[in-house]
Write a protein that binds this ligand. Sequence first.
Ligand code: NAD
Length: 426
Amino acid sequence: MSEKKDQKVCIIGMGYVGLPLAAVCAKNGYEVTGFDTDQSKLDIIAQGKSPFYEKFLDDLLPNVKINVTSDPKGIQGNDIYIICVPTPVDGKHNPDLKYVISASQAVANNMSRGALVILESTVNPGVSEEVVAPIFEKAGFVVGKDVFISHCPERVDPGNEKWNVTNLPRVVGSFDEIGLKRTVEFYKNITSGEIAEMDNIREAEATKILENSFRDINIAFVNEMAMSFARIDIDITNVIRGASSKFSFMPHWPGCGVGGHCIPVDPYYMIEKGKENNFEHKFLSAARKINDGMADYTVEMLQDKLNEVSMPVKGTNVGVLGISYKANIGDLRESPALRIIDKIKKMDANLITFDPYVPSLSSEKSLDEIMSKSEALVVVTNHDEFKNIPVSDFVKHGIKVIIDGRNCLDKKAIRAAGIVYAGIGR
Ligand SMILES: NC(=O)c1ccc[n+]([C@@H]2O[C@H](COP(=O)([O-])OP(=O)(O)OC[C@H]3O[C@@H](n4cnc5c(N)ncnc54)[C@H](O)[C@@H]3O)[C@@H](O)[C@H]2O)c1
């Protein structure tokens, strides 16, 4: 069977990954069903809207048809099932596969023979073989005969206006040649990006772990250099600019913490897989420790810089600018802001917050309001609104100290205006 567009596609999990995929499949002529356990999300999608802000979806959703259901029986009769459910870690950083397991069970209990099942959720090498396939075998299907299982890790980057599900290159691994061929044909129908075929499903799983661990390690490396350079008064942003003139250098930028559902999470999947095989991932563990420590480092800087102007943290009006984990979106998952806010609160500062993308957690309604009430500011997210604040506004509002957790402000101009400024390694 070739993956013609007259096939029916069912997406399991209608979040940041599943919803754009569903919309693009529908745009390309597939009949699409979106299945999610969260009925409130489905109610919004049924109105042609997105439960989260994504410009690309705002344009697309009103023009495509996605059937939605929270009833597992409602997913019967599809040809292709694509699993896009969360893969978090628990409080001890152990991989939590309960969503992958329940989603696989829902598909196995409702699909017909011959279906293609694609796992897009990020997992460590071995999950498709050791966790997913046995669920289908237990339901009476023979993999490679009654069901075809593939892995195609998602690379979508919420808020990225250049790269999205329509043009991202993809990596595909499967259990068998038929599964691989069907999966590649399907993705060719929805993305203009190149599709790399892996020799087996484990290699596809490992690809995603390698990509995200690469980012975590490189960010940890610049964070470590930033903290060290800060002690000898070297601005790391200038150093990175200098190093970038070398042909082989790949710039990564330091900051007050790594957030999102991927980079601070995925390396733990490999760390734990390594342990199963008596292998210690020293590099991955060190990177996680450094990046997890950046929120504390940022708060320590606030304390130091307030000391410099003889102000205690206790009782000082501290404004936190930005709560989401990255610029121009409202995603809070693993956001370092949550830890920074918690720490500042525990130090008895008068904490106020503002994030235009997260009104529910903002104590203030506007940038002007938070600026007018703050004595010190901590920039946690480099939203465009914050990067463009004129230095004269900091002066007008009597801001004494600025901690720039994203190195996005004009250090020289702020210092020239008599305000104490510290960035991360700057
Ligand atoms: N968000 C990203 O930027 C991104 C990028 C690349 C890869 N990923 C990976 O993609 C996967 C999904 O991430 P996401 O950001 O879309 O998560 P999300 O939390 O935004 O969405 C997941 C959805 O799955 C639903 N769900 C949970 N269990 C279910 C079940 N058994 N049946 C049906 N629905 C179920 C949830 O209600 C939720 O709506 C994760 O493995 C993640 O690591 C995410």
